[in-house]
Design a protein around this ligand. Structure first.
Ligand code: GLN
Length: 244
C-alpha cells in the first residue's frame, strides 16, 4: 500500500548573495526535486548576509563556495549566527558546506591577505598553499556505493585533524593534495571541496542528506526509490574517463 506522504522539509540557503560559485545553487534544486518527485513537500528559504537566521525552522542548511574576498566579507556576518548554528549542528541538523563554505566550518582559513575566521563548528583549519588545486575529482565515500564525482578548484589546503573524511581520493587532489582524503563528515554535516554541483551528479549523497533530515524531524527517513538511470550513466562515464 502506498504510504500517505505528510512529511515536509525546509532548506536554508545561507548567503547566496556572496557564496555561490560554480552552480552550487544546483544542490538546492536537486534536494527540492528529489523531495517533490516523492511527494515530500519542500521549500527553500534564502538568507542574505544581513538577514537573521532562525535555525529551528530549518532541516537542511547549504553553505556554498566563494572567493577569498567574499569569504572575508561573510566571516564577519557568521559571527552573529555562530551560536545558533552550533546548536543546530550539535542537535543533528543537516548541513552541506561546499568549498569556501567548507573552509568556513573550521577554525580559520589563513590566506596571504589575512586570516579569515571560521565558524569553528568542526575541528579543522585551512592554510593557503602554493598554486590552486583544479581538476575533476573522484572519491569513494563511506556514505554511498557509487563513487562520488565532482570538480575542485581551491587554493586552501584543509586539515581535518582526527575527523572522518567525506571520501578517499581515487582521482584528484582532495583536502590538501597529500593526505589522499577529501572533505569531512561530522555528525550530520558534510564539508567538501566538490562543486559540480555535487548533488545532481551524486544522487545517493542527496538522498543521504534527505534521509538524515527526515529521520531527525520525523523519526522516519524512508525514501521511495527513484529512477536514477541517467544520473548513474553520467556518473559511470566520468569514473571511467578519469580512472581509465
Ligand atoms: N577561496 C577558497 C579557496 O580558493 C574557496 C574557493 C571556492 O569556494 N571554490 O581555497
Amino acid at each position: 500500500m502506498k504510504r500517505e506522504e505528510k512529511r515536509a522539509l525546509t532548506i536554508g540557503h545561507l548567503y547566496p548573495d556572496l557564496l555561490n560559485l560554480y552552480g552550487d545553487r544546483g544542490n538546492i534544486a536537486c534536494l527540492m526535486k528529489r523531495c517533490l518527485w516523492r511527494g515530500i513537500e519542500a521549500k527553500t528559504v534564502e538568507f542574505e548576509s544581513e538577514d537573521s537566521v532562525d535555525f529551528s525552522r530549518l532541516d537542511i542548511v547549504l553553505l556554498g563556495g566563494g572567493s577569498d574576498r567574499e569569504q572575508m566579507l561573510v566571516c564577519e556576518k557568521l559571527k552573529r549566527i555562530r551560536e545558533n548554528f552550533q546548536k543546530y549542528v550539535e542537535s543533528g541538523g543537516v548541513v552541506l558546506a561546499v568549498c569556501g563554505g567548507y573552509q568556513l566550518l573550521g577554525k580559520y582559513y589563513n590566506t596571504r591577505e589575512g586570516v579569515i575566521e571560521g565558524l569553528n563548528l568542526v575541528d579543522l583549519y585551512t592554510e593557503q598553499g602554493e598554486g590552486r588545486l583544479i581538476d575533476n575529482i573522484v572519491l569513494q565515500s563511506p556514505l554511498c556505493k557509487m563513487p562520488v564525482v565532482g570538480f575542485e578548484n581551491h587554493g586552501g589546503r584543509t586539515h581535518i585533524q582526527g575527523n572522518k573524511p567525506f571520501g578517499k581520493v581515487l582521482y584528484g587532489s582532495g583536502n590538501d593534495g597529500k593526505s589522499g582524503y577529501e572533505g569531512v563528515i561530522y555528525k550530520n554535516v558534510i564539508g567538501t571541496y566538490l562543486h559540480g554541483p555535487l548533488l545532481p551528479k551524486n544522487p545517493q549523497i542527496c538522498d543521504y542528506l534527505l534521509k538524515k533530515a527526515l529521520e531527525r524531524k520525523y523519526g522516519d527517513g524512508t525514501l521511495a526509490p527513484l529512477d536514477d538511470k541517467q544520473e548513474r550513466e553520467a556518473n559511470a562515464y566520468m569514473v571511467k574517463r578519469l580512472l581509465k
